[in-house]
Design a protein around this ligand. Structure first.
Ligand SMILES: NC(=O)c1ccc[n+]([C@@H]2O[C@H](COP(=O)([O-])OP(=O)(O)OC[C@H]3O[C@@H](n4cnc5c(N)ncnc54)[C@H](OP(=O)(O)O)[C@@H]3O)[C@@H](O)[C@H]2O)c1
Length: 301
C-alpha cells in the first residue's frame, strides 16, 4: 500500500483520478490544494493537504510529514510554474520517489517544438529528468467524455466540439477521416492505478480507448445528428472554425481554440503512437470504446 498525493485533485481530471484511487482503497490518497483554509475534500476518503506552490521547502516538508511516495499532478493547463515548484519539492522530500506530470493530452515527443502549448510540458519533463524521480508521461489523446456529456458519469466540464449529438449538429475539421485517439476519463484513472502497482514505469504511458474519426462518430450517432459542416484547412488557417458553442473553455478565445484544435486534427497530431501502449502492457484493463460510450450515453429510452 502506497501513499499517493493528487495535486489539483479538486479539478476535473484530478478529481476523477483521486476519486477512483480512493474508491478502490489500495492506497492512502491525499489531495494537494492551494485552498487557504482547510476545507472539506471533494473526494470521500481523500484528505486535503493545503500547499503553497511558491515554496519548495514547505512542499517537501508536507510530503515528508505525510510519507507521500507518489505524486500525480493534474494541475490545470499542464501545471506551469506551480508544477515546477512541486517537482522541486518532491525532489527534496525524502519520502517521494515517483511523479506523474500533468499532461493527459496528445503525444508530445521529446524533440517537440516549443510553443505556448508545449512549453510547460517540456519544462516539467526537463525538471523531472534532472530530478532523479521516477516519472511517466500520460498521453491519452482527447477525452472521450465530451461525446457522452451529460449522459455519462464525468467530472469534466462540457466541451462541445466536432459532433454535438444532443443538438444534432456537426462542425468537422478537414475530411472527417483523420484519426483521433480518445480515452474516457475514468479509464485513465484505471490505468494509473494499474501502473502504481508496477515498479517499471515507461517514459510514456500511452492509452487509447479508441482510435476513431469524426466521420466514424457521425456514423455511430447518425440517428441523432442532422446538420454537418466541414471546415477546410484554409478556413482554419484564417481562424474561422465553425463554432457549435461560443462559450470559452478556460478563458480561451473559442474560435481560435477550435481553429487550432482543427488544424491539429488535420495533421493527425491527436493520433497516438501504436507502439508501447499501456493497452498492450495491461490487456486486463479494458477501456471504454467510442461505440460503447455513444451507445450508453445516447440509447433511446
Ligand atoms: N486531452 C484532453 O482532452 C484534456 C482535457 C482537459 C484537460 N486536459 C489536461 O488535464 C490536466 C488537468 O486539467 P483540468 O481541466 O482537470 O484542470 P483544472 O480543473 O482547470 O485545474 C485543476 C486544479 O489545478 C489547480 N490549479 C489551477 N490553477 C493553478 C495554478 N495556477 N497553480 C497551481 N494550481 C492550480 C486547482 O486546484 P486548487 O485550487 O485546489 O489548488 C484546480 O482545481 C491539464 O494538463 C490539462 O491540459 C486534457
Amino acid at each position: 500500500m502506497g501513499v499517493v498525493a493528487v495535486a489539483g485533485g479538486t479539478g476535473d481530471v484530478g478529481r476523477t483520478i483521486a476519486e477512483y484511487l480512493a474508491g478502490s482503497g489500495k492506497h492512502t490518497i491525499y489531495i494537494l490544494s492551494r485552498k487557504l483554509k482547510q476545507v472539506d475534500s471533494p473526494v470521500p476518503g481523500a484528505k486535503l493537504l493545503v500547499i503553497d506552490y511558491n515554496d519548495a521547502e514547505a512542499i517537501a516538508a508536507t510530503l515528508d510529514a505525510n510519507a507521500v511516495d507518489t505524486i500525480i499532478s493534474a494541475l490545470g493547463l499542464a501545471g506551469g510554474e506551480g508544477q515546477l515548484k512541486l517537482i522541486a519539492g518532491a525532489r527534496k522530500a525524502l519520502s517521494t520517489t515517483r511523479f506523474i506530470p500533468s499532461e493527459y493530452a496528445a503525444y508530445t515527443p521529446p524533440d517537440a517544438e516549443e510553443n505556448k502549448f508545449t512549453a510547460g510540458v517540456l519544462r516539467a519533463v526537463d525538471a523531472l529528468h534532472e530530478s532523479g524521480l521516477q516519472y511517466t508521461r500520460f498521453a491519452i489523446g482527447m477525452f472521450m467524455d465530451y461525446f457522452g456529456t451529460p449522459n455519462i458519469p464525468s467530472h469534466l466540464r462540457p466541451f462541445i466540439w466536432g459532433v454535438d449529438i444532443a443538438k444534432r449538429r456537426a462542425a468537422i475539421p478537414g475530411s472527417g477521416d483523420e484519426i483521433i485517439s480518445m480515452t474516457y476519463s475514468k479509464d485513465v484513472a484505471r490505468f494509473i492505478e494499474r501502473l502504481l502497482e508496477d515498479g517499471d514505469w515507461p517514459e510514456y504511458s500511452i492509452v487509447s480507448g479508441s482510435d476513431t474519426s469524426f466521420n466514424e462518430i457521425l456514423a455511430l450517432a447518425q440517428e441523432y445528428t442532422g446538420n454537418v459542416t466541414y471546415d477546410s484547412k484554409e478556413k482554419l488557417d484564417k481562424n474561422e472554425a465553425t463554432l457549435l458553442d461560443d462559450s470559452s473553455y478556460g478563458g480561451m478565445d473559442p474560435r481560435m481554440m477550435m481553429s487550432m484544435l482543427g488544424l491539429q486534427i488535420i495533421k493527425e497530431e491527436l493520433k497516438l503512437p501504436e507502439e508501447g501502449r499501456l493497452n498492450d502492457r495491461y490487456p486486463e484493463v479494458k477501456p471504454m470504446t467510442i461505440a460503447e460510450l455513444i451507445a450508453t450515453a445516447w440509447k433511446k429510452g
